[in-house]
Design a binder for this molecule. Structure first.
Ligand SMILES: [Ca+2]
Ligand SMILES: [Ca+2]
Ligand SMILES: [Ca+2]
Ligand SMILES: [Ca+2]
Length: 426
């Protein structure tokens, strides 16, 4: 508390009164605050407690005020208000308070506590910081009440209005005498499968038997909590943990955890079998081990169909089966589709060759005059048949006879057409 009243100050005041403006620089700067102290107060139901209206060190030459304070009267009510010793002067002070209803231009009608005070004597004042008014409240209901300045009019030592920078509100939290902790519920644990990533919603929430829940927040990094639901989108297969935190206005907390085991669909796998090369003397069925699999063992996401989409023959029972129509390259495409619609394709190639050369009647690997001799021996002397017999069918007409001998002689001595060679599988 400081009281400044000296002969010098009186002299200055007189100078101002007679028209001098040299003291304007000493007038209030407008950077000060009047505020509720403490800013936050925790009390119990039915408790009587004090809040102060205070000014900070930036407030200078302060002599009079009118404060209108609004609170939630369901939570706290003013019992009495009194001037603090800080706010005084040599010629005494005036202070009064009442409850009343004012109509404010911006917010309309409000029930407020009006406090009016002044230091008597021209030029008397106090400088901040200090407590100006003590307000004694009673906690009448559980909950939270702001303590708001609806009016913060202040006068300087000459009765001129002071400009102040701000008038911060206070906050009173009234807790039940036997406050119950809140209850967080992060929802039920669950296991789920998804064909494609999609948002999941979990019913969750916070409650408090006292009705004084303050916040309900998701403290885990995954997902968001809003409106009674935890919402998240799985980013793949995995275990997702959600922690919900309930806090009541009195600071009691509760945590709850829920877990979602999510499985994302994986693509099926088609296997059309190994590429191969094989020889045949006559067309015969060929069987290739093939099939489709899916990593998802549950019905959801498992294999739906395994189909041969390209190539001769059929796919059934783990095998592609076909009978070649001649020598050549046979390409097979097997398509796997799962119940989610994901697909996979695999290709295999079977190269079918002949186990003999047409015209190579004696089977020595080349077509030459010895084959002519061999065929003549067969036809005219009952010689041994080629193995297979069609190896002697040089002209590929399906039979082995003298025309093949003629064909070979023409080939060997006259540059005739080559035997049908590797294409003589019929
Ligand atoms: Ca509570
Ligand atoms: Ca799958
Ligand atoms: Ca030969
Ligand atoms: Ca022939």
């Amino acid at each position: 508390m400081r009281i400044k009243q000296t002969a010098l100050m009186w002299l200055v005041a007189i100078v101002v009164l007679v028209g001098g403006d040299s003291m304007q620089a000493e007038s209030f700067s407008g950077t000060g605050q009047v505020y509720i102290s403490p800013a936050t107060k925790h009390v119990q139901l039915n408790e009587t407690f004090d809040l102060y209206i205070a000014i900070d060190a930036q407030v200078k030459y302060f002599r009079g005020f009118e404060y209108n304070i609004e609170v939630d009267t369901n939570v706290i009510r003013l019992i009495t208000a009194a001037r603090e010793p800080f706010f005084t002067g040599p010629e005494g002070i005036y202070f009064t308070w009442k409850d009343t209803v004012y109509t404010f231009p911006q917010i309309g009608s409000r029930y407020v506590y009006e406090m009016v005070g002044s230091i008597f004597g021209y030029g008397n004042y106090v400088d901040g910081p200090g407590q100006v008014v003590k307000m004694t409240f009673k906690a009448v209901g559980n909950g939270v009440s702001d303590v708001i300045f609806r009016k913060a009019y202040m006068e300087d030592r000459y009765g001129n209005p002071m400009s102040i920078q701000d008038s911060p509100s206070g906050l009173v939290v009234v807790c039940p005498t036997a406050n119950q902790p809140p209850v967080a519920n992060a929802g039920r644990d669950s296991t789920l499968f998804q064909c494609t990533p999609a948002a999941i919603s979990i019913v969750a929430g916070c409650t408090d038997l006292d009705g004084n829940l303050s916040t309900c927040l998701l403290t885990s990094s995954t997902g968001t909590y809003s409106g009674g639901h935890i919402t998240f989108t799985p980013t793949g297969s995995g275990t997702y943990t959600f922690i919900l935190k309930a806090t009541d206005v009195c600071g009691l907390t509760d945590y709850d955890t829920s877990v979602v085991n999510a499985t994302a669909n994986q693509a099926p796998v088609a296997n059309a079998g190994r590429d191969s090369t094989l020889s045949q003397s006559t067309p015969a069925p060929i069987s290739i081990a093939a099939g489709c699999t899916d990593p998802d063992v549950n019905p959801a996401g498992s294999l739906s169909t395994c189909l041969l989409t390209s190539g001769p023959g059929d796919y059934s029972g783990g095998h592609i089966t076909f009978t070649p129509t001649g020598i050549g390259t046979y390409t097979f495409i097997l398509k796997a589709t799962d119940v989610c619609g994901l697909t996979d394709y695999d290709t295999s190639v079977v190269n079918v060759t002949s186990s003999y050369h047409c015209g190579d009647a004696n089977g020595d690997g080349s077509v030459d005059i010895s084959d002519v001799v061999y065929l003549i021996a067969l036809i005219f002397s009952g010689g041994t048949a080629p193995n297979p017999l069609l190896a002697g069918d040089a002209n590929c007409d399906g039979g082995v006879d003298i025309s093949d001998v003629v064909y070979l002689i023409a080939l060997i001595f006259s540059g005739g057409l080559a035997p049908c060679g590797l294409s003589c599988i019929h």
